[in-house]
Design a protein around this ligand. Structure first.
Ligand SMILES: *[C@@H]1O[C@H](CO)[C@@H](O)[C@H](O)[C@H]1NC(C)=O
Ligand SMILES: *[C@@H]1O[C@H](CO)[C@@H](O)[C@H](O)[C@H]1NC(C)=O
Length: 451
């Protein structure tokens, strides 16, 4: 107060020395701060989780040529069995990746279609796949560099379409009997203008979405795929556990989110990240968009995904800290969600309807009046895509088969109060039993303190 008064009353003559003193003080503060900063280069608080990469990611093999050839052959046989002469068409996509190693990463979609066309070919009494690739002529050289595994690479038929021609009419030339009254099955992710173009170029044929017989070639995972998926899920869970140890009361969601993304990346997963939700933010299953701090009575929810060699992981944990003071009602919810998850896991086996597994979790939560807070399906298939068919959901007619993979993720979300979700993915082994993809690292959460 005094100072202010004296400043105002200072005559012009006394003004200069004061300004000089202020400038000196500011410079001093600046240099002090910048020398502190220089002592901590770039990211001072970034922990390293690179030890997680030793767990399995470095010893896992990508899907090899043999497996691609098996997929192509099985597709050809399925097409033949479905309709003597059916064809299968896909753009670069999850199925493009599954059958021909071409996803939208290898070939970005544009208005100019690139189509992978597989038809069955009978040779010496055996069904073989015939592969045709339709590509824009001016990009033909780049298309031929695509890493497509095929039994006789020089037998891949390349169809180059010049800008002024209809790609669909040229694609039809690659087809056989489908031209006159056959069936063309398109991958269901194919864009409508492509389906429409094919149908108009094939007025005699039926152009329809690929049926379940084709879809299940990808739904039912091979040993090689399951090995990759186990590693992806184990690493994801280990990352959550490591970050759990470093959480503290007062931490921001954004800080925890960044830390776990670092852990997933260090562990060897690509495009890794987690929905990171504290307290009542977790009551909105896909997040709230606010950045709150972790309070003593809050759970922290991490719903994490990452990619390993083209396969997705998906693990959710709702955790507390040793010094948390979680309301007993919220711990009660946590335990009910855990019990619902275990019951659903026990109910899942080959031959059971997917809808029943959802029902087991739902009816258990209903006993406690929580069914209205369990607002989503129990689970989804997982593999090349994070969410893929079949689904553990009411109303589904799907039956569980060996090789299927599912997430099992019951949740209770009470808006403004609390959100709890636990998610573990499992596969159906050769005996028809459900086995956790994270079995190798102890599987499901034992308590909110032991994720
Ligand atoms: C599949 O494509 C990737 C590049 O996207 C390549 O590294 C890999 O070798 C290919 N796989 C086979 C079996 O050719
Ligand atoms: C193949 O599909 C066509 C068109 O729907 C149909 O007319 C034909 O009977 C089918 N053939 C077989 C063997 O199912």
């Amino acid at each position: 107060m005094d100072e202010k008064v004296s400043t105002i009353s200072t005559p012009i003559a006394g003004y200069r020395p004061q300004l000089t003193r202020l400038v000196c003080l500011l410079l001093l503060v600046y240099f002090a701060l910048s020398s502190l900063w220089a002592g901590h280069p770039s990211e001072p608080r970034r922990p390293s989780f690179s030890y997680l990469a030793d767990h399995c990611t470095s010893s896992i093999s990508p899907i090899g040529t043999e497996e691609f050839l098996t997929r192509q052959k099985e597709l050809a046989i399925t097409l033949h069995n479905l309709n003597g002469s059916a064809a299968y068409v896909t753009e670069p996509s999850a199925n493009g990746l599954f059958f021909a190693n071409v996803s939208t990463v290898e070939w970005r979609l544009s208005e100019r279609p690139l189509l992978l066309i597989i038809t069955p070919k009978l040779e010496d009494g055996e069904i073989h796949p015939k592969l045709s690739v339709l590509a824009p002529r001016f990009e033909a050289t780049r298309a031929k560099l695509l890493p497509i595994p095929f039994a006789q690479p020089n037998e891949i038929e390349w169809i180059e379409w010049p800008e002024e021609a209809s790609p669909y009419e040229l694609a039809v030339a690659a087809l056989g009997e489908q031209k006159d009254g056959g069936i063309v099955f398109v991958d269901s992710a194919t864009r409508y203008f492509v389906v429409d173009g094919l149908q108009k170029a094939l007025p005699q044929a039926k152009v329809v979405a690929a049926p379940v017989e084709i879809k299940q070639l990808r739904e039912r995972k091979s040993k090689g795929e399951l090995e990759i998926m186990k590693c992806a899920h184990e690493t994801t869970l280990l990352s959550i556990r490591e970050v759990h140890k470093r959480l503290y009361i007062g931490m921001r969601e954004s800080e925890a989110r960044e830390m776990i993304a670092t852990a997933l990346a260090d562990a060897g997963l690509s495009n890794g990240g987690c929905l990171t939700l504290f307290g009542d933010n977790a009551a909105l299953p896909h997040g709230s968009g606010s950045d709150r701090t972790l309070g003593q009575s809050d759970f922290a929810l991490f719903d994490c995904t990452g990619n390993l060699l083209g396969y997705q992981s998906d693990v959710t944990r709702t955790v507390a800290l040793p010094d948390s003071k979680i309301p007993s009602g919220h711990l009660f919810i946590w335990e009910r969600v855990q019990a619902a998850q275990l019951r659903a896991h026990d109910a899942a086996r080959a031959g059971t309807a997917t809808a029943i597994v959802d029902e087991v979790a739902r009816s258990y939560l209903q006993r406690y009046g929580y069914e209205k807070y369990f607002t989503h399906r129990l689970g989804h298939g997982i593999g090349i895509e994070g969410h893929e068919s079949p689904y553990l959901v009411g109303g589904s007619k799907d039956i569980i088969k060996t090789g299927h993979t599912f997430s099992n993720e019951p949740g209770v979300y009470i808006e403004g109060k609390v959100g709890v979700r636990l998610e573990d993915c499992f596969y159906i082994d050769e005996k028809g039993n459900a086995v956790l993809l994270t079995e190798g690292v102890g599987g499901t959460a034992k308590s909110a303190l032991k994720p």
